[in-house]
Design a protein around this ligand. Structure first.
Ligand code: NDP
Length: 282
């Protein structure tokens, strides 16, 4: 049996085992995907234990997803890293290679782009996008949003220094795509946008939406990376101001689909699994 897991702390809330089990079923793939709670500060040991325990049982650990707070530790553990993970400086997917080395990737950003363009049917090419936040999630999605051909991308964050650092790191990519890339404080974002992405932890903290509603163009897509009841406040705010509201469940399923394709060489039917998950969650 090929083994995979999600490693995090906490990790019991993760829906990844459910999503990957369904992908495997629909794609006829034999694998087992579990959860592993790893002590903070012990990510490398956690990966080694996962691989060793699998080998002792005559099975093979093939890879893992990485969630809070290990996305930065995971980047340091790999011998080979995708370009998008290098830019993000954060990793959410590891693949354990036959020669024992580790390949690292970040599928969060392409997951968000696929959810916006394919599931929400909102084109990104030529659009103005506001990305709120400059933490791990924002770092993961900035490069793929630029790759999707947006014309203007503003990064706004509570600590503006972090937004500036993120923008500086992606300046060459933006230039290559001919996109305007800027950093602003939350209360001074200039203009309005076709797509607004909340990649802060404001919804998780139960706090108000951290930007003024004027950033929303009429009919804009407003998407919170959070999902479930915690995303309700952001969604209500978006709808009250004439935007199309979306939560982060689609991104969650799409980033998982990208990881599954990286591991198994087969693309799972993400839209079907997203619809099933939404029906399950009511
Ligand atoms: P980080 O801790 O790395 O970053 C948190 C970010 O939120 C920072 O920019 C921080 O600003 C900002 N922030 C926190 N609280 C507030 C607030 N009350 N008002 C305004 N800004 C605030 O977290 P991540 O980037 O890893 O995660 C962010 C969110 O994205 C989480 O809710 C997470 O669950 C979600 N997520 C969803 C995914 C999905 O697949 N749907 C994938 C990954 C993440 P500052 O820099 O000033 O501290």
């Amino acid at each position: 049996m090929d083994l995979y897991c999600v490693m995090g702390n906490p990790v019991e809330h993760s829906r990844s085992p459910r999503i990957h089990a369904r992908f495997a079923e629909l794609c006829g793939q034999q694998l087992d995907y579990g959860r592993r709670l790893v002590p903070v500060g012990a990510f490398a040991k956690g990966v080694a234990a996962f691989r060793r325990e699998a080998a002792e049982r005559g099975e093979a650990a093939r890879g893992c997803n990485v969630t809070v707070p290990f996305k930065f530790d995971a980047a340091a553990l790999a011998q080979h890293t995708s370009e998008r993970a290098v830019l993000a400086q954060a990793v959410n997917t590891l693949r354990f290679e036959e020669d024992g080395s580790i390949y690292a990737d970040n599928t969060d950003g392409i997951g968000l782009v696929n959810d916006i363009v394919q599931n929400a049917a909102v084109p990104l090419a030529g659009r103005a996008v506001l990305l709120i936040g400059a933490g791990g999630a924002a770092a993961g999605v900035l490069g793929p949003l630029l790759d999707a051909g947006v014309s203007r991308l503003v990064v706004a964050n509570r600590s503006v220094d972090r937004a500036i650092a993120l923008v500086q790191r992606h300046a060459a990519l933006a230039l290559g795509h001919g996109a305007a890339l800027e950093a602003w404080p939350l209360d001074a974002v200039p203009g309005d946008f076709d797509v607004v992405v909340n990649a802060t932890a404001s919804s998780l903290a139960g706090d108000a939406v951290p930007v003024r509603a004027e950033v929303l163009r009429p009919g804009a897509l407003a998407i919170d990376l959070m999902y479930g009841p915690a995303a309700a406040g952001f969604m209500a705010w978006a709808e009250a101001h004439g935007a199309i509201a979306r939560d982060g469940l689609g991104m969650l399923v799409e980033q998982a689909a990208e990881a599954f394709a990286l591991w198994r060489g087969v693309r799972p039917p993400a839209a079907q699994v997203l619809a099933e998950l939404r029906a399950e969650l009511g």
